[in-house]
Design a protein around this ligand. Structure first.
Ligand SMILES: *Cc1c(COP(=O)(O)O)cnc(C)c1O
Length: 347
């Protein structure tokens, strides 16, 4: 007789509404397609790609390209189908039955799911009311649960709030757990914990091409860690996990990443403008964000969501999620899209 493995029935499928909103501010994507200079190079490279061949088995070329910029070697880098794939593999490799995985809450909703998929115990630790982190509380929870892994998201999704790098070092220095810093939004913030890798063997950094580099379509992310950690997680990843089209595209994007400077600067200007404008509305709280989205709280959030959707604007509704009562997450769009948001909420 067949049946799902134990624990799987209790897991809800990842559900985001598949609505094609005219204005899509619900998935933290880049609001604009990649710069034309990059796209031209990508298309030239794909035209010459041998589609009959498997990709490079260890993605050595992209790994080396990424490693060099950090003064690391290819053995310190893993490439995945989005950083999601690597974070999941990490939970399999360092979690497992009878182990615990600790992470702040609210944070990226997938962390708890990765923990459960790995048969580990998810241990969410509540953030403070302003969504800052109490590092000692997190460390105490990790110690009590004898956590094998601590997942930190910096800046944090969906709050946008940052963990100061010194707080991350404090956590890494005071635990024996493997600490993973998910830096999916680091390009919008500018600060990173990569420099701690040489000092702490229990640290790994996850990055993605899906957000600042506007490459969500290609699904590519990477992890930086010690050779030992990378090799262990590599056992869980399938051979040829990342396809050749994605590898070729990502390498060009990475080498041309300075082309994104203008869109990063625009995001930051627009974010500050939107923070001020939305924050000026009576009864609305906007949390300080160093990302490409804003967490917005209002007592009349249901009406706000209705006004946004009536104008074809998709946002992520967290208003009934634990720790996020009356909150929605709004991506920073193009100036025109942001104008539409302001018109909708102030109408
Ligand atoms: C978007 C995101 C990721 C990565 O997504 P991929 O597209 O799988 O690379 C990872 N962590 C957080 C917190 C994110 O918001």
């Amino acid at each position: 007789m067949f049946a799902p493995r134990s624990g799987l029935e209790a897991l809800k499928p990842y559900s985001v509404e598949e609505i094609q909103w005219p204005i899509r501010l619900d998935a933290n994507e880049s609001p604009t397609d990649m710069p034309q200079a990059i796209k031209t190079k990508v298309i030239e490279k794909l035209a010459a790609l041998p589609f009959n061949r498997y990709p490079e088995i260890s993605a050595l070329s992209l790994k080396t390209t990424i490693a060099v910029g950090f003064g690391l070697t290819a053995a310190n880098v893993l490439i995945g189908n989005g950083s999601s794939e690597i974070l999941e593999a990490l939970c399999y490799a360092f979690g497992g039955a009878g182990r615990s995985i600790v992470y702040p809450s609210p944070s990226f909703s997938m962390y708890g799911i990765y923990a459960k998929l790995a048969d580990s115990q998810p241990v969410p630790v509540a953030l403070n009311a302003d969504y800052t982190l109490d590092a000692d509380k997190l460390l105490a929870a990790a110690k009590e649960a004898a956590a094998s892994v601590i997942l930190l998201c910096n800046p944090n999704n969906p709050t946008g709030v940052v963990l100061p790098p010194a707080q991350i070092e404090y956590i890494v220095a005071n635990t024996k757990s493997l600490v993973v810093v998910d830096e999916a939004y680091h390009e919008f913030y500018g600060k990173s914990s990569v420099n701690l890798l040489s000092k702490y063997p229990n640290l790994a950094i996850a990055r993605t091409f899906s957000k600042a580099y506007g490459l969500a379509a290609a699904r590519v992310g990477y992890l930086l860690a010690s050779e030992d950690i990378a090799q262990t997680i590599g056992k869980v990843l399938l051979p040829y996990n990342v396809n050749a089209l994605t590898l070729a595209t990502a390498e060009i994007v990475y080498n041309m990443r300075q082309e994104f400077a203008a869109s990063l600067a625009e995001n930051s200007r627009e974010r500050e403008r939107m923070t001020a404008a939305l924050g000026a509305i009576a009864g609305v709280t906007v949390y300080p964000s160093q990302t490409n989205f804003l967490l917005v709280k209002s007592d009349t959030i249901t009406a706000m969501v209705a006004r946004l959707s009536a104008r074809g604007i998709g946002i992520r509704d967290f208003s009934t999620a634990p720790g996020l009562t009356n909150c929605i997450r709004i991506g920073i769009g193009t100036p025109d899209e942001n104008k539409a948001v302001l018109e909708a909420v102030t109408a």
